[in-house]
Design a protein around this ligand. Structure first.
Ligand SMILES: [Zn+2]
Length: 319
C-alpha cells in the first residue's frame, strides 16, 4: 500500500506526517509563523517533504488548511488573518511542480472529520457533525456518507458562525452573536473584560487567558471564571442544538484544545441536547473525538484517497 504525505497547517503549528492505512509512519511539527504568510512556509516545507518522499512509494499529498477552500480548484477563498497571501497561491500547482504529486486540500475541520469517520469515533456513521473548540470554532458535516460542501464550498463548514446571541458580540465574519464570537479562545479576552467581578478574579494573574485557566479557576470557585464557564457552556450547547436541527446527525463529535475539559463540557452539552434538541427521528450521540491531534493528519490520507478515486481537488464523495 502506498503512503500519503499529509500536512495539517494550523495557525501556530504545522504538522507534517507520512500516513499509510491510518497509521502515521513519521511525523514532525514546525512553527507556522502564519503571520508571515504561506509562501515562507511552503519554502520551509519543501525540503522536508522531499526528504520523506525520497525512496518512499507515495500516492499523493494531502493538506488540511485552516480556512475555506474552493472544492473544484483547491484555491484558498479567504485568509481570515492567517497566511494572508494564501488566496493568491496555487497549492495544487506547487505540489505538482515541487514533488510531482497530486494534491488534495480541504478545510482542517473537514479533514479531522474524515479522519474520525474512517479511523476514529465516527467510524461506520453516515451522518455526523464535528465541532472543534479552540482559537476559533470549526465545523464539518458528513451527510448520507458524504462530506457536505455545496457548489461554492462552505456548506456544513460555517457552523462556528451560526447566531447564538442576537444581542451578542460582533464577529470577524460581520455577523453578530456568532458562536465563535461568543465562546472561543480568541474571544476570551473580550468576554473576560465584560465579566462582572473580573478585577477580583484569579484570571487577572493567569500567565495566559485560555479555557484551561478558566476551567481551573472555576473549579476553585472563582466567580468571574464560573460566569465565563457557564456562558461558554450555554453557547456550545446552543450551537450543538442548532447543528442537530440543521443536519439531523446521528453523532456530534466535540474536539479541539478546549475539550481537554471534556469532563465538564460533555455532560453539560449532553444534558442540554437531551432537554432542547428536537429529534423525533431518533437519538443523537454527543461524544469526544478519538484521534485527538492526529485526526486531520490521518484525514488528509482519506481526502487524498477520495480525490484519486472520485476526482476533484477535495474528492467528490466520502461514501
Ligand atoms: Zn461569525
Amino acid at each position: 500500500m502506498q503512503a500519503t504525505l499529509t500536512v495539517d497547517m494550523g495557525g501556530t503549528r504545522v504538522k507534517l506526517g507520512l500516513a499509510r492505512g491510518g497509521v502515521l509512519l513519521w511525523r514532525e511539527t514546525l512553527e507556522a509563523r502564519s503571520e508571515r504568510g504561506l509562501a515562507q512556509l511552503l519554502e520551509r516545507l519543501a525540503p522536508l517533504v522531499r526528504a520523506q518522499a525520497r525512496g518512499a512509494e507515495l500516492a499523493g499529498l494531502g493538506v488540511a488548511f485552516p480556512s475555506l477552500i474552493e472544492p473544484r480548484t483547491g484555491r484558498v477563498l479567504a485568509a481570515y488573518g492567517k497566511y494572508a497571501d494564501a488566496p493568491g497561491i496555487d497549492l495544487p500547482a506547487w505540489a505538482r511542480r515541487e514533488f510531482g504529486l497530486p494534491l488534495a486540500v480541504d478545510n482542517d475541520a473537514r479533514c479531522a472529520l474524515l479522519g474520525e469517520w474512517r479511523y476514529g469515533a465516527a467510524r461506520g456513521r453516515h451522518d455526523a457533525v464535528l465541532v472543534t473548540l479552540g482559537t476559533g470554532i470549526g465545523v464539518a458535516t458528513l451527510l448520507d456518507g458524504q462530506l457536505l460542501r455545496g457548489r461554492h464550498g462552505p456548506a456544513g463548514n460555517f457552523g462556528g458562525h451560526l447566531t447564538v446571541n442576537l444581542h451578542g458580540q460582533r464577529c470577524t465574519c460581520g455577523n453578530i452573536g456568532c458562536a465563535e464570537a461568543e465562546a472561543s479562545t480568541a474571544a476570551l479576552p473580550r468576554l473576560f473584560a465584560a465579566t462582572p467581578g473580573r478585577e477580583h478574579s484569579a484570571l487577572t494573574m493567569a500567565p495566559r487567558l485560555d479555557y484551561a485557566a478558566v476551567f481551573a479557576a472555576a473549579a476553585d470557585g472563582d466567580a468571574a471564571a464560573l460566569a465565563l464557564r457557564a456562558h461558554s457552556l450555554r453557547v456550545w450547547s446552543a450551537l450543538t442544538v442548532n447543528l442537530i436541527h440543521a443536519y439531523a446527525p446521528e453523532l456530534v463529535l466535540l474536539g479541539g484544545g478546549i475539550m481537554r475539559s471534556a469532563a465538564v463540557i460533555l455532560p453539560y452539552v449532553r444534558d442540554y441536547v437531551a432537554r432542547h434538541a428536537h429529534t423525533p427521528w431518533g437519538e443523537v450521540t454527543v461524544s469526544g473525538t478519538a484521534l485527538g491531534d492526529d485526526a486531520a493528519l490521518l484525514g488528509c490520507e482519506v481526502l487524498s484517497f477520495l480525490q484519486r478515486e472520485h476526482g476533484g481537488i477535495g474528492g467528490a464523495a466520502a461514501g
